[in-house]
Ligand binder design. Structure first.
Ligand code: NCD
Length: 307
């Protein structure tokens, strides 16, 4: 069903494909935890091109490749590739495409993922295109919700933070809509979810509320998805200074939230979740980061036809 496909954004998936990815990921999780030596992708080579900083996405993808028995070549910064010499993205991709079986890329420009995919014969995975989309993060987010909550529908989900620039919420919003969840968007006025996305989600039948009152939103939420103010997307540093710290989730706030609330965050966090929340049992963000490995193994195996 997914063999040979590019992974560009979360609007591309059917419920059936998502089921397949979730089940394949669960299977890989079991096999890894059982200590199995997995060889599904033996003999293949994967390129990980990261033209923007990354810890979890790059390292979990590289681990996924290694755990599948394939090999990985990496560009870990724009400065170390010919992008620094002025090479176009299209030319870089056409070159790398001749070396490997799959290309994974993170790039600062929104829309770069589609350009790259159009220039590659092999399957391409978007690991974040500027403030655009981050589909593999959203896949691991729903894998985490399924594990933590037992179901992917019937929830009220609050998204808080930088909803304007945060690609993770742009991606996850579509999955939450697809599964029929209610969404509450909480942000400073200047960092609201782009109108085109909110309108698109509503067109797809999503129930959405927008507010600046986090405490009230949390009192009715089953899940809160906290995000970092995306400093690298601000043209004016003073504007960032003004908006950082707008919303801080601390233990006192969680103690007043709906009982059993699950706290997610794509990480890295700066100060938007206080460390006193970390030992709350619904604080799932490190489990969420770990789930990325299994979901990325599943995706790689499925698009190469090796699942
Ligand atoms: C996110 C990203 O890069 O968009 N990080 C990640 O991949 N887990 C979130 C962020 O950087 O704030």
């Amino acid at each position: 069903m997914l063999k040979g496909k590019d992974i560009i954004n979360t609007t591309q998936f059917s419920l059936q494909e998502l089921d397949l990815i979730m089940n394949t990921a669960a299977n890989f999780e079991k096999r890894v935890k059982d200590g199995e030596v997995i060889k599904n992708m033996e003999g293949q080579v994967v390129a990980a091109l990261f033209f923007e900083p990354s810890t979890r996405t790059r390292l979990s993808f590289e681990t996924a490749v290694n755990r599948l028995g394939a090999r990985v070549i990496t560009v870990a910064s724009a400065a170390s590739s010919s992008a620094a010499k002025g090479e176009s993205l299209a030319d870089t991709i056409r070159t790398v495409d001749g070396y490997v079986d799959v290309i994974i890329m993170r790039h600062p420009m929104k829309g770069s993922a589609q350009i790259a995919a159009d220039n590659a014969v092999h399957p391409f995975i978007n690991a974040g295109d500027g403030s655009g989309q981050h589909p593999t993060q959203a896949l691991l987010d729903i894998y985490t919700i399924r594990k933590e909550k037992g179901a992917l529908s019937g929830h009220t989900v609050t998204f808080v933070g930088d909803l304007k620039n945060g690609r993770t919420v742009h991606s996850l919003g579509y999955f939450m809509a697809l599964y029929g969840n209610k969404m509450i968007f909480v942000s400073p006025k200047a960092l609201q979810m782009p109108e085109e996305i909110t309108a698109d989600l509503r067109n797809r039948g999503a129930e959405i509320e927008e507010t600046d009152n986090l405490k009230k939103a949390l009192s009715v939420s089953d899940i809160v998805y906290v995000t970092r103010i995306q400093r690298e997307r601000f043209e004016n540093p003073a504007e960032y200074e003004k908006l950082k710290g707008s919303y801080i989730v601390n233990r006192a706030l969680i103690d007043q939230a709906k009982k059993g609330i699950t706290i997610l965050h794509p990480l890295p966090r700066v100060d938007e979740i206080s460390t006193d929340v970390d030992d709350y049992e619904g604080a799932a963000y490190f489990r969420q980061a770990h789930n990325g490995l299994y979901v990325r193994m599943a995706l790689l195996a499925l698009i190469t036809g090796r699942a």
